[in-house]
Design a protein around this ligand. Structure first.
Ligand code: COA
Length: 327
């Protein structure tokens, strides 16, 4: 059986930097509160840019990093909870802009999207349906953020990250295991409306409240959920790979809250230096956050052949998951 190796990464963040000081002008908050509770100092905001534009730039960089041409891609998977359109899907738009001729699909598991998209890539490659898969995680959270709600607007930013996976015969390389899960009973804690409900669509005046699409979150229950869900996902992924915490070189968690980073460090007895963090500079960029971290780590020379990396995500749904990848 083939394995699914990560051979390239790419990322893109928009230029505009939204600092805590700027947020102080918008809502009743302050730099000290935001840094202490969230660890975030700044985030990037896409002004006049589509989600697919961010995704395309990340995809092009990942393909270049991997040395893969568009003709070699068998499948493009885009994870996003902030698509520009329901149709066409983002993956089709990016496929067209790249000039690729392969299959394309979107997945939406909110902030867990990169884990699910990588799990699908792994499955396609392992069963022989695809040789090379491009995963793109692109998000413009600013479009669903309520900049009058201090409980959420300090958290989110825009970004895209991408990874190229390809089939390898090397038995000990690539995605060694993955685990994806969901707990719909907590769905209300992280909520965002898509299509407004209508009593009578035939006779509706169709004047909708556009603020209904804004993301609403109850922060404390989400923290409690992640504190158990994330370790359970890591445990399951490690056990499926036949590994223990002692084998981990890096944990790359979804960048959402500081507390989960502490939970991971304590539970697995890992020095904080092994848990990658860029939350301070980009905030929570939903499904883009893990590939954004991976790409930054590659560029900084922190990732080396043979290392074992655990990627773990969680988010709306509530969804969660993890995979173990050997570089
Ligand atoms: N600035 C200043 N005060 C703020 C604030 C802000 N930006 N946001 C909230 N507050 C206030 C609240 O109004 C509340 O005031 P009150 O006690 O007078 O009512 C107080 O701070 C505490 O609010 P609370 O929501 O209990 O804070 P918290 O300690 O739970 O921290 C989060 C809030 C959002 C940082 C935290 O809940 C969190 O990290 N949640 C998880 C987010 C997450 O992981 N999302 C993932 C989605 S993928």
């Amino acid at each position: 059986m083939m394995n699914c190796k990560m051979i390239g990464t790419g990322s893109y963040v928009p230029d505009f930097v939204l600092t805590n000081e700027m947020l102080e002008q918008l809502v009743d908050t302050n730099d000290e509160w935001i840094v202490k509770r969230t660890g975030i100092r700044e985030r990037r905001i896409a002004k006049g840019m589509h989600t697919w534009e961010l995704g395309l730039k990340a995809a092009e960089r990942a393909l270049e990093d991997a040395g893969v041409s568009v003709d070699e891609i068998d499948l493009i998977i885009v994870s996003t909870c902030t698509p520009d359109t329901y149709s066409p899907i983002e993956a089709s738009v990016i496929q067209d802009k790249l000039g690729a001729k392969c299959a394309a699909m979107d997945v939406n598991t909110c902030c867990t999207g990169f884990i699910n998209a990588s799990d699908i890539a792994d499955s396609y490659i392992k069963c022989g349906k695809a040789k090379t898969v491009l995963v793109v995680s692109a998000e413009t959270l600013s479009r669903i953020t309520d900049y009058t709600d201090r409980g959420t607007c300090v958290l989110f930013g825009d970004a895209a990250g991408a990874a190229v996976y390809t089939a390898t015969e090397e038995a000990d390389k690539g995605i060694l295991s993955s685990y994806i899960a969901a707990d719909g009973s907590g769905a209300e804690y992280l909520y965002m409306e898509a299509l407004p409900l209508e009593e009578d669509p035939l006779h509706s005046d169709r004047t909708f409240d556009h603020t209904a699409r804004f993301l609403k979150m109850q922060g404390a229950p989400v923290v409690r959920f992640t504190a158990t869900a994330v370790p359970s996902a890591i445990d399951e992924a490690l056990s499926r790979a036949g590994l223990t915490a002692a084998d981990i070189d890096w944990v790359v968690p979804h960048q959402a809250n500081l507390r989960i980073l502490d939970v991971i460090a304590k539970k697995y007895n890992l020095p904080k230096e092994k848990i990658y963090v860029n939350l301070d500079r980009f905030g929570n960029t939903s499904s883009a956050s893990i590939p954004l971290c991976m790409d930054e780590m590659r560029q900084k020379g922190l990732l080396h052949e043979g290392q074992t990396v655990v990627c773990t995500g969680f988010g709306g749904g509530l969804t969660y998951g993890a995979f173990v990848v050997r570089l």
